[in-house]
Write a protein that binds this ligand. Structure first.
Ligand SMILES: [Zn+2]
Length: 191
């Protein structure tokens, strides 16, 4: 084992747990609780991807993480080759980002915006686009935090395939409280 791996092993086994205990305010807890598992446990190592209860999981930096949702979200905005509005090929460098928000190419967007401004409807359009982006973000963020909360008390698999159980879990109430504050902040960004 290289020096680097030795260091990483030390880190994953002790420091991560210690940091986690600190976060949870449990500085007195033993950090080696629960290391060592029976043969029937399935071992996964860093970078492995597997399915469990209909969801995809991986181990990233020694921590078991759910990946199904975010991969699907990333894939969900596919940029078509041609603009659905003018049928021209979308090859302008701004096309992908304008398509994601406005569902048209950059050229079409500019014309559309000019028309809306002329009609005095631009402000209403812009406000709605902005708010619906925020709504999507708020929803994703809430789901993400809830996912993290369900994972928090499960086992943790190190790079070497050892499984560790966290001592205790997150302070769920504190997490939910901060989630609420964050959502409140995001809601305030709405126009
Ligand atoms: Zn177009």
């Amino acid at each position: 084992m290289s020096q680097d791996n030795v260091l990483r092993k030390e880190f994953s086994k002790k420091d991560v747990q210690r940091v986690r205990n600190l976060v949870q305010g449990k500085t007195g807890d033993r950090t080696t609780e629960g290391i060592g598992y029976s043969k029937k446990d399935i071992f996964y190592k860093e970078g492995d991807i597997w399915e469990e209860n209909g969801r995809k999981w991986t181990i990233k930096e020694g921590i078991k993480q759910n990946i199904t949702k975010y991969d699907e979200i990333k894939k969900s905005v596919k940029i078509p080759l041609f603009c659905p509005n003018c049928s021209k090929q979308m090859k302008h460098k701004f096309d992908p980002s304008y398509y994601k928000i406005h569902k048209k190419c950059y050229d079409c967007f500019l014309k559309f915006a000019t028309d809306l401004k002329r009609m005095g409807a631009w402000e209403v359009y812009e406000k709605n686009i902005h708010n619906s982006d925020l709504d999507i973000f708020i929803k994703d963020f809430k789901d993400f935090v809830k996912d993290q909360l369900t994972v928090s008390n499960e086992s943790y698999v190190t790079e070497q395939g050892d499984i560790e159980k966290w001592v205790g879990g997150y302070d769920k109430e504190r997490v939910l409280e901060s989630l609420e504050k964050t959502v409140e902040y995001l809601e305030n960004l709405k126009k």
